[in-house]
Design a protein around this ligand. Structure first.
Ligand SMILES: Cc1cc2nc3c(=O)[nH]c(=O)nc-3n(C[C@H](O)[C@H](O)[C@H](O)COP(=O)(O)OP(=O)(O)OC[C@H]3O[C@@H](n4cnc5c(N)ncnc54)[C@H](O)[C@@H]3O)c2cc1C
Ligand code: SF4
Length: 470
C-alpha cells in the first residue's frame, strides 16, 4: 500500500456495488445487492488512507480493526481479512449486509469528510464475509471442556454469538428456541432479498460444528422453566436473548378489521413460513392498494414484500419527514426505485371498513416542531387537514417491545419502566444471579451488531462467573 500517496488515493473512484434491475427484483426474492467482484474489492480497499488514528473504528459498535482488514484485502489476503473482522464480530457476511454503516463507521471516514464517498467499509466487510462462506477455514483446535453447561434462550444474533463464544471457551452450550428455525429476526423478519437465508444457515452450521446444540419449538417459561434449567437439567448459567418481538399498534379505531396486519405477523408468514412460494400453502392476504405505517427498516421490508406479492400500489405513511427516517439509507433508495410511494408528515387517525374488511385510512397532515426526547423533530397535527387513502391491506410497522410474558418466563427478573430487562452494564448480569441478558431485550440500540456485541461481552462475563465459582 506504500506505492500510492494519500492524494492519489483520494482521486481513486468509489466502487459502486452492482444491483439487480428492478424488474428482476420484483419477480422474486433474489438479493438486490450483487456484491463486489475481487477487482472492485481491491480497488475500493486502495481508497483507504490507513489513518493512524482511524475514526471509523470509533464509529463501529464492536471496534473492528477496519484499516487492518481493509489493508489485508488490498493485499489479496481475503481469508485473513475475514478472520481479522471475526476477532470482534462473529458474522461479517451478515453485518456487511445489514449494519447501518452510513450512521456508524462510514459516517466517520476521513475520505467521506473531504466531500467524496466514504470508503465502502460495509461492502468490503460483506465481500470478505462471503469469501469465508465460499472458502470455509478449518475450525481451530477444540478447547479443553470445562464441564459447565450453559443454556441460551433465543437464537437471534445475541444468542448465537454468546453460544459460539462460550463453546470456543470449552463450555457445553444448548440453545432453546421457541420457533422451528433458528436465527431470530434475521430468519423471520429480514427478507431474503436483503439477507439470504443461506448465509444464516452457514453461520448456524459453523456453530453446530463447534458443538453447540439447538433445541427448537421450546418456549422457556412454558415448555421449560428457568428453575428446571438450573435444577434437574444441570445448567450452571443462562443467557437470555429473547429479543423484542411484541408488536406495537396505533391504538386507533378500525385496527381489528380484516386486512390489518402487524409487520411482525406479515413478515413471519412470508419469511419463516414461506408464504411467497407456491409450494407452501401458508395463507397470506395480498392487497392491491397496500398501506404501510412507520419509517424504519421493518416498514421498508414490509412495503417491498407487498410489492413482490403483486400489489398495484404500496404507500408508506410516516408522521415525520424523510430526514427523520431511522431506516438504512440504501434501503430507502431501493424501496423508492422499486416503486413504493411515501406520504411523509402523515398520521393515521382511524381505519374505515367495508363489511369487516379494511377499505380506507383516514390521516391527518403534520408539521415538524421542536425536537422531542428522541432528538428528532416532533410531529404536530395541522388542524382540519384530514385526508383519506383507499386501501385494502394495512401493515402496522411502528416498532416492537419486549414481551410482557418475560416476568412470567423468568420470575423475579427486574425490568425498567419501558419493559426492558435491567442488567449490570459491565457484566450484563440480570437481577437474578447466573442469568445474563443482551440484544433487544435490554435497553439500547436495536441493531444486529449491538446484539452481537452484547453476546460477546456476555460470554466473557458468563465464563468469568463460572470460573470464579471454582
Ligand atoms: C423486519 C426487521 C428488519 C430489521 N432490519 C435491521 C437491519 O437492517 N439492520 C440491523 O442492524 N437491525 C435490523 N433489525 C433489528 C435487529 O434484527 C434486531 O435488533 C436483532 O435481531 C436483535 O437480536 P436479538 O438476538 O436480541 O433478538 P431476536 O433477533 O429478536 O431473536 C430473539 C429470539 O428469541 C426467541 N424467543 C423469544 N422468547 C423466547 C422464549 N421464551 N423461549 C425461547 N425462545 C424465545 C425468538 O423466537 C427469537 O428467535 C430489524 C428488525 C426487524 C424486525
Ligand atoms: S477513516 Fe476511512 S480512510 Fe481512515 S482508516 Fe477508516 S476507512 Fe480508512
Amino acid at each position: 500500500m506504500n506505492e500510492m500517496d494519500n492524494k492519489q488515493r483520494l482521486e481513486l473512484p468509489h466502487q459502486q456495488m452492482a444491483e439487480l434491475p428492478v424488474d428482476r427484483r420484483l419477480a422474486g426474492a433474489s438479493e438486490v445487492n450483487v456484491g463486489y467482484s475481487e477487482e472492485q474489492a481491491r480497488a475500493e480497499a486502495q481508497r483507504c488512507l490507513q489513518c493512524k488514528r482511524p475514526p471509523c473504528v470509533a464509529g463501529c459498535p464492536v471496534d473492528i480493526d477496519i484499516p487492518a482488514f481493509i489493508k489485508l484485502i488490498s493485499e489479496g489476503r481475503y481469508a485473513d481479512a475475514a478472520l481479522k473482522i471475526k476477532e470482534t464480530n462473529s458474522f461479517p457476511a451478515i453485518c456487511g449486509r445489514v449494519c447501518p454503516q452510513e450512521q456508524q463507521c462510514q459516517a466517520k471516514c476521513v475520505v467521506g469528510r473531504t466531500g467524496r464517498p466514504p470508503v465502502g467499509i460495509g461492502h468490503l466487510e460483506r465481500f470478505v464475509g462471503d469469501y469465508l462462506v465460499a472458502n470455509p477455514q478449518p475450525v481451530s483446535s477444540s478447547p479443553e471442556p470445562t464441564g459447565y453447561k450453559v443454556a441460551i434462550v433465543g437464537s437471534g444474533p445475541a444468542g448465537l454469538t454468546t453460544a459460539g463464544e462460550l463453546a470456543k471457551l470449552g463450555h457445553e452450550v444448548t440453545i432453546f428456541e421457541a420457533l422451528h428455525e433458528p436465527g431470530g429476526v434475521m430468519t423471520y423478519g429480514i427478507p431474503e432479498f436483503r439477507l439470504p437465508k443461506d448465509i444464516i444457515r452457514y453461520e448456524i452450521k459453523a456453530l453446530l460444528e463447534l458443538g453447540v446444540q439447538i433445541v427448537h419449538d421450546t418456549i422457556i417459561g412454558r415448555t421449560l422453566t428457568i428453575d428446571e434449567l438450573f435444577g434437574e437439567m444441570g445448567f450452571a448459567a443462562v443467557f437470555l436473548g429473547l429479543g423484542a418481538g411484541n408488536p406495537r399498534f396505533l391504538g386507533i379505531e378500525g385496527e381489528n378489521l380484516r386486512g390489518v396486519y402487524s409487520a411482525n405477523e406479515f413478515l413471519t408468514r412470508i419469511n419463516l413460513m414461506r408464504a411467497y412460494r407456491d409450494d407452501y400453502d401458508t395463507p397470506i392476504r395480498r392487497g392491491n392498494n397496500v398501506t404501510v405505517v412507520g419509517g424504519g427498516n421493518v416498514t421498508l421490508d414490509s412495503s417491498r414484500w407487498a410489492l413482490r406479492l403483486g400489489a398495484e400500489t404500496v404507500t408508506i405513511v410516516y408522521r415525520r419527514s424523510r430526514e427523520e427516517m431511522p431506516a438504512r439509507v440504501e434501503e430507502v433508495r431501493h424501496t423508492e426505485e422499486e416503486g413504493v410511494q411515501f406520504r411523509f408528515l402523515s398520521q393515521p387517525m382511524r381505519l374505515l371498513g367495508d363489511d369487516g374488511d379494511v377499505a380506507a385510512m383516514e390521516c391527518l397532515q403534520m408539521e415538524l416542531g421542536e425536537p422531542d426526547e428522541s432528538g428528532r423533530a416532533r410531529p404536530i397535527p395541522i388542524e382540519g387537514s384530514e385526508f383519506t387513502l383507499p386501501t385494502d391491506l394495512v401493515i402496522i410497522a411502528i416498532g416492537a417491545r419486549v414481551s410482557p410474558l418475560v416476568p412470567i418466563a423468568v420470575p423475579g427478573i427486574e425490568l425498567d419502566e419501558g419493559g426492558h430487562v435491567i442488567v449490570n452494564p459491565d457484566t450484563l448480569e440480570t437481577s437474578i444471579p447466573g442469568v445474563f441478558g443482551g440484544g433487544d431485550l435490554i435497553p439500547g440500540e436495536e441493531t444486529i451488531v449491538r446484539a452481537m456485541g452484547d453476546g460477546r461481552r456476555a460470554a466473557q462475563s458468563i465464563h468469568k462467573y463460572l470460573i470464579d465459582r471454582e
